[in-house]
Design a protein around this ligand. Structure first.
Ligand SMILES: [Fe+2]
Ligand SMILES: [Fe+2]
Length: 139
């Protein structure tokens, strides 16, 4: 599955990780459509929490390294998500249709909105900074 062009940030590692996140969410929603799969549900929520933390840390590192001006706001958004997924996992230790719908409708939607509203800005900034550094090296 490819990442829809409109979600691209232009930064390879960021796009690859976003695609992995979205693929996982889509797999979950497919599996729920076929037969509600409790194992897939538990696996996905655990994986999502772990993976997203890793992904957020990487974005944070880049923001710090390049002095991203919107760092504070962007990190606040990440923390909102971490709180949301924590609360979700506490309330949904096992599969429920309502939980599966929340994952698809609210959590996936949050990720996509975050990419379009925040990560694309960050991606453009990283791209600019990397270009600057590359040009500086040539001199
Ligand atoms: Fe991201
Ligand atoms: Fe982000």
């Amino acid at each position: 599955m490819g990442l829809d062009k409109k979600y691209e940030t232009g930064i390879l590692w960021q796009d690859t990780q976003h695609r992995q996140l979205i693929d996982l969410m889509e797999k979950l929603s497919d599996s729920n459509a076929r037969e509600a799969d409790p194992k897939m549900f538990t696996y996905t929520t655990a994986f999502l929490a772990m993976y997203v933390t890793h992904h957020f840390n990487l974005e944070e590192q880049y923001m710090k390294t390049y002095g991203y001006p919107d760092l504070e706001f962007h990190l606040k958004e990440h923390h909102k998500y971490i709180d949301m997924i924590k609360a979700f996992r506490k309330d949904h230790t096992r599969f429920s249709m309502e939980g599966a719908l929340f994952l698809e409708q609210s959590i996936l939607k949050w990720i996509l909105d975050h990419i379009m509203e925040n990560d694309q800005k960050l991606g453009a900034f990283i791209g600019k900074e990397e270009k600057k550094r590359l040009l500086a090296k040539k001199d």
